[in-house]
Design a protein around this ligand. Structure first.
Ligand code: PMP
Length: 352
């Protein structure tokens, strides 16, 4: 018997590559191509470093209050963490203890099965239909919890609030997590359902629509009861998850609504234009309501296009996984970046 027999063995999540070379077009991790709000920059520049002697506020009150105001909720309905990965992981640990299998789609954010395995939660994935949409009936059976990314990743497909509501209503004995990482790019949020369902947890992030992936801020919204249970687990784990700088920067971002509206609208416009151009080049894709497009080419395999793009220093995401290995997930960059990608693809595909 060795200590190695007692290690918690896990197969970790593999994040998209972060190339050291700055001279690339990076469309592989759904980052925002625009800077965070200038108000975030001025808060960070003016930050009083003497304050770092102290521990940050363990209740993250300033940011919780700003988010509660923004979403029209009470402060007791908001929980903040170190990116939505931290929040989701904490929610798995808190709510999925029944021993029954939890349910999520077979093609979805690939961290869900990693957390399930880490916490020894059994799960059963539910196949998306031929149009890469979830089938709500798959979630009308006994389960230990449900997780749905809406819009889904990496497909970009959005289900309506009514579909989510049916799933939440059919499962009063489970917690249903709706992961809205991409909702600000045209999806339909489930936040308005929170007041009617105490088993619904909606998770959002500052990493995409607020251009702050590097700051690591995510949050959950739900009934006061759900949020209390999440906080109990958090305070049993690490009281000070959010740095003082992250808290101040997060508040500044939430308080700049016009900038947020302007940059998300710009990305949506670029996405819609990119869809038209990709279709002309022979790509097919489900309709995206996110800051990425999940596209397959009618004749050229995704792996080949992926490698050709990479040789051109254009990074997109490709998974060698069943069902999705002929797709590329292309994040929406600036108009100039998308023009360069489209020009390259046009020339490359002409020779095929
Ligand atoms: N949910 C989904 C569906 C995502 O794609 C991501 C980004 N990888 C996350 C959650 C986590 O984002 P973050 O931890 O940066 O908030």
């Amino acid at each position: 018997m060795s200590w190695e027999d007692n290690v918690r063995r896990v197969v970790p999540y593999v994040a998209g590559e972060q190339p050291k070379d700055q001279n690339v077009i990076k469309l592989n991790t759904n980052e925002n191509p625009y800077s965070p709000s200038p108000k975030v920059a001025s808060v960070i520049k003016g930050f009083d470093c003497d304050g770092l002697r102290r521990y940050p506020d363990p209740d993250v009150s300033a940011l919780v209050s700003a988010l509660a105001r923004h979403h029209g909720l009470d402060r007791e309905q908001v929980f903040v963490g170190v990116g939505s990965d931290d929040v989701l992981s904490m929610a798995f640990l808190t709510f999925f203890t029944s021993g029954k299998r939890i349910l999520f789609p077979d093609v979805t954010y690939s961290f869900y099965d990693v957390w399930a395995n880490l916490y020894r939660i059994s799960f059963e994935d539910q196949p998306l239909d031929e149009n890469l949409c979830i089938r709500k009936e798959d979630y009308f059976k006994e389960n230990g919890g449900i997780v749905i990314a809406n819009p889904n990743a990496p497909t970009g497909v959005s289900s309506g609030r009514a579909v989510c509501e049916e799933i939440v209503r059919a499962n009063p004995d489970s917690v249903v997590i709706i992961d809205e990482a991409y909702v600000d790019f045209g999806g339909e949020s489930c936040v308005p359902l929170i007041e009617n369902y105490d088993n619904l947890l909606v998770v959002q992030t500052f990493s995409k629509s607020r251009s702050m992936a590097g700051m690591r801020i995510g949050y959950a919204m739900g009934s006061k009861k759900l949020i209390k249970y999440l906080n109990d687990v958090k305070f049993s784990f690490n009281s000070y998850t959010m740095s003082a700088i992250a808290i101040a920067a997060g508040v500044a971002s939430v308080e700049d609504e016009p900038y947020f509206a302007q940059t998300t609208a710009k990305i949506i416009a670029t996405r819609e234009r990119t869809k038209k151009e990709l279709a002309k080049l022979g790509f097919v894709f489900p309709d995206s309501k996110t800051n990425f497009i999940f596209a397959a080419h009618r004749t050229v395999p995704a792996q080949e296009i992926f490698e050709a793009l990479r040789a051109e220093r254009i990074y997109v995401r490709h998974w060698n996984k069943p069902r999705i290995d002929n797709y590329l997930r292309i994040s929406i960059g600036t108009d100039e970046e998308m023009d360069r990608v489209l020009a390259f693809l046009k020339a490359y595909l002409r020779d095929k």
